[in-house]
Design a protein around this ligand. Structure first.
Ligand SMILES: NC(=O)c1ccc[n+]([C@@H]2O[C@H](COP(=O)([O-])OP(=O)(O)OC[C@H]3O[C@@H](n4cnc5c(N)ncnc54)[C@H](OP(=O)(O)O)[C@@H]3O)[C@@H](O)[C@H]2O)c1
Length: 329
């Protein structure tokens, strides 16, 4: 059936300025790492994407290697762009990345100019778009001069293939250095995409404040610890879960290690009158430095649950202390 976007979509969600840029991102963005690849059901992915856009999610996050197989999430997204979202291209922030292994040989991963430029050309073809809104360097490369990697990002913007550039998995010090180089080149760094959840808190040490000072946005990936911070694993590992899938990145032993904390957090969320997923997202959004929380979802129901986080974002001091106590157990 022909897709027409919900006319009320911009009343569903709040948008927040990304660092000191002109771009606003929705408080919740959608990532296509899992659930949109060649191994997944295409129509399910399409339903999730339509539902996201209908609810005001304007930001869709991809990478060259998302699938599996690598590249297939971009291909599927391209089909949905062509079929559903074409009239809405100017209302969307589409991001992709390069940094992890994508093809054989010395030019298929890490941070050389050769790899980044070639990879983005491939991504644009797969998605059938002329440009992406944000192009990221996916992970720091210890063996390529940062000047070269940042020069590649600058070049890509000057070529018109990306409007903004970002970095991902860069520490506070690495961010500071990258920002300095990019500023000198005249292409500011829009955003750093980092792993951040109740279970993964390295960004709190320095990065949040450094990014704030530098005027760089922060978007948190795996905010639900890949599904751990939900009610999904309370009664074991369901067959349709990421932990059970051979290509899923969540390991069964991670579930076993975390489950006692998950149960305690779930009880707390119940008292607050929200789901654990909602509490985990709200807990992140209380940081003023955070631009957006980048969730994944394998169903429309999950996405809806996650969007419900925005209905109740407040925490009392007692609640925050209780969460710390559970996490530090
Ligand atoms: N830059 C990087 O290096 C990097 C790395 C990883 C991810 N990312 C980005 O971040 C995005 C999100 O990462 P993520 O998928 O790990 O995020 P996540 O939100 O922590 O986990 C998503 C998974 O949790 C489960 N889930 C989500 N909502 C749920 C709910 N309400 N109730 C029960 N289960 C729920 C689903 O797993 P099931 O399939 O088990 O249902 C879903 O696939 C990725 O798509 C990607 O765009 C970036």
């Amino acid at each position: 059936m022909e897709y027409r976007a919900n006319t009320q979509r911009y009343e569903q969600i709040e948008y927040k300025r990304c660092g000191r840029s002109g771009i606003k991102l929705p408080l919740i963005s959608l990532g296509l790492w899992h659930n949109f690849g060649g191994v997944d059901t295409f129509e399910n992915g399409r339903k999730i994407l339509r539902h996201a856009f209908d609810n005001g999610i304007t930001h869709f996050d991809l990478a060259n290697n998302y699938g599996p197989p690598p590249g297939s999430a971009e291909e599927n997204f391209g089909k949905i762009m062509a079929g559903d979202f074409k009239p809405y291209r100017d209302e969307m922030i589409i991001s992709t990345k390069a940094g992890y292994w994508m093809w054989n040989g010395p030019y298929g991963e890490w941070g050389s100019k050769k790899y980044l430029v070639a990879s983005l050309d491939q991504s644009l073809k797969r998605m059938g778009v002329d440009y992406v809104d944000i192009f990221y360097h996916h992970r720091p490369d210890p063996n390529t001069p940062l000047e070269e990697t940042m020069a590649a990002l600058d070049l890509i913007v000057r070529q018109g293939k990306a409007l903004y550039v970002g970095i991902s998995n860069y520490s506070a010090d690495e961010t500071e250095e990258a920002v300095k180089i990019l500023n000198n080149l005249g292409t500011p760094c829009l955003i750093n995409q980092v792993k951040y959840s109740m279970f993964e808190r390295w960004v709190e040490n320095q990065l949040l404040s450094t990014a704030d000072e530098l005027g760089v946005g922060i978007i948190a990936f795996s905010p639900l610890a890949q599904g751990l911070l939900t009610d999904k694993y309370l009664n074991g590992i369901p067959a349709n879960s990421r932990a059970a899938k051979s290509w899923g990145f969540l390991q069964e032993n991670e579930v076993e290690t975390a489950i006692d904390k998950v149960k305690a957090l779930n009880e707390m969320a119940e008292v607050r009158g929200q789901s654990l997923a909602q509490m985990a997202i709200a807990w992140l959004l209380r940081h003023k430095q955070l631009t957006s929380v980048l969730v994944g979802a394998s169903s429309v129901e999950q996405l809806n649950d996650n969007l419900g986080a925005l209905d109740y974002l407040l925490f009392s001091e007692e609640e925050l202390t209780e969460i710390e106590a559970i996490l530090n157990k």
